[in-house]
Write a protein that binds this ligand. Structure first.
Ligand SMILES: *Cc1c(COP(=O)(O)O)cnc(C)c1O
Length: 220
C-alpha cells in the first residue's frame, strides 16, 4: 500500500499548529487506505463521486466527516443528504435550492462552500464574481443550508505567481462576503490548496486544504 503516513503526520501536525483544517482526499482510494489514516486520527475525508462516497460512508466508521468536493448534479443530492458533512462545491442557486429541499426532508441543515472559478482553464466548475454576488443575495430563503465559506481550485501550472494571484483573488472575495455567510455551526471556511500548492494557499489566507496524492500516492 502506498499510503504515506510519514507525510500525513508531518503535514497535519504542521498545519494543526496554524489552525488549518486538513481534508484527506480519498477519491479512487480503497477503504483499507482510508482506514490507515483514520487510525492515525484523521476524520475529514473528501470524495468527488456520489456513488463512491455513499458506498464508503456505508462501509466505514460513522464518525468520519465526509466532504463532497466534486461537481454535484442536482438529481444526486438526495443520496448524500442524510450524511454529508460539508458540500464544498456548491456552484449554482439551483443546486443550493435542491440541497435545501433534501436537507429539510432529512430534518437537518447542510453546510456548504460556494465554489468560485479562479483558474484560467475553461473546464473548471465554479461561480465567477458576478454569479457569486447573485448567489449571496439569494440565500435568505434557504433555511436548511448553511453557507460556511468559499472553495477554489487554482490553475494547473508551474507558474507559482499565477497560482498565488488566483488564491489572493479568492481570499479577497472571502473577506468581502465573510460577514454574510449563513452557517451557524462553522467559523468561516476558505478551502484552497491541494498537494501541489497548499503552502501558497495557506500563505494567502486559506484555512482548509484538500490533500490527496501527498497522503495516498498518485492516482491511477
Ligand atoms: C482531487 C482533488 C483534490 C486533491 O488533489 P491532490 O493533488 O491529489 O492533492 C483537491 N481538491 C479537489 C476538488 C479535487 O478534486
Amino acid at each position: 500500500m502506498a499510503v504515506n503516513t510519514e507525510a500525513f503526520v508531518r503535514i497535519t501536525s504542521e498545519l494543526g499548529k496554524k489552525n488549518v483544517s486538513v481534508v484527506a482526499v480519498s477519491k479512487t482510494k480503497s477503504e483499507e487506505e482510508i482506514l490507515e489514516l483514520y487510525n492515525l486520527g484523521q476524520r475529514d475525508f473528501g470524495e468527488n463521486y456520489v456513488q463512491e462516497m455513499v458506498a464508503k460512508a456505508q462501509a466505514l466508521p460513522k464518525d468520519i466527516r465526509w466532504h463532497f468536493i466534486g461537481h454535484l448534479q442536482t438529481n444526486k443530492v438526495k443520496q448524500i443528504a442524510p450524511f454529508v458533512h460539508l458540500v464544498q462545491s456548491a456552484d449554482s442557486l439551483k443546486l443550493l435550492k435542491e440541497i435545501n429541499k433534501q436537507s429539510k426532508k432529512q430534518n437537518r441543515k447542510i453546510d456548504c462552500l460556494l465554489q468560485v472559478h479562479i483558474a484560467v482553464e475553461e473546464s473548471k466548475f465554479g461561480l465567477d464574481a458576478t454569479e457569486l454576488q447573485h448567489v449571496m443575495e439569494n440565500l435568505k430563503d434557504l433555511q436548511n443550508v448553511g453557507v460556511a465559506g468559499l472553495m477554489g481550485i487554482a490553475s494547473f501550472t508551474d507558474d507559482q505567481l499565477k497560482i498565488r494571484q488566483e488564491f489572493q483573488f479568492l481570499d479577497s472575495l472571502f473577506k468581502k462576503y465573510k460577514p454574510l455567510f449563513t452557517s451557524e455551526e462553522k467559523k468561516p471556511v476558505l478551502s484552497m490548496g491541494m498537494s501541489a500548492d497548499y503552502k501558497i494557499a495557506i500563505e494567502e489566507g486559506g484555512n482548509m486544504v484538500r490533500i490527496g496524492s501527498l497522503f495516498f500516492g498518485k492516482r491511477s
